[in-house]
Ligand binder design. Sequence first.
Ligand code: SF4
Length: 230
Amino acid sequence: MPKNQRVHFADHRSRRVVYVSSCLLDQNRRYPGIAVGAGALRDLFLPLAENGIGVEQLPCLECLGWGGVSRTSSLRFMPTIFRYADSKLFPIVRGIVRIWLLRYRRLCKKVVKAIAIDMKNLVDNGYDIVGIIAMNDSPTCGVTKTIGIIDFVAKSKSMGLKLEDLTSPSFDKMKEVLPSLLVTGRGLFMTELLFALRRQAIVQRVFEFNPWNDIKTEAGRVVGEILQTR
Ligand code: SF4
């Protein structure tokens, strides 16, 4: 077969796919204390399946770079940030955490390269990547809302949270405080991913999923927007 000729897929595939944050398909990946469901968010994925849209799971960068599903390396920083949050030594702590975050950004860039190659292959084969659905409350995957990791701890302390609330977070406490700790901005992985994809004009649409809204309503909104892009 000539190098540039496309394969004709003589089967039932739709050649329509959407990429999703890992934890939308598996809440078991979420940061400790903030899983809003048991596993896959079925209100989101059942309608996608019924409409013939394949689901591609992006990797969970925090699991790769923050010490796995329990995020041990990020939790290790918490007591130090918490302790010095309102002291003169805070700029030093901030500097140390920033170095850690720089290394994390490098990991994001490396992973993004492999994802972009895979997506490009789909597009070159006539696939329609309808977009990316990203978890919109994360310092990693947030699209329009994120969390400033250092400021998050300092702000939590000023709101009266205890260190244990951050090192052993419970769902009820996080549900109460986390939405108010979100800031406008984009997570590190999503920043790198969208930069790479838009440069290559691979994916144009990104749908943010706000997990602290009613899940059924939020899923309906996102699916509705995706189906409108047909
Ligand atoms: S938002 Fe991103 S980094 Fe956070 S758990 Fe989900 S997939 Fe992992």
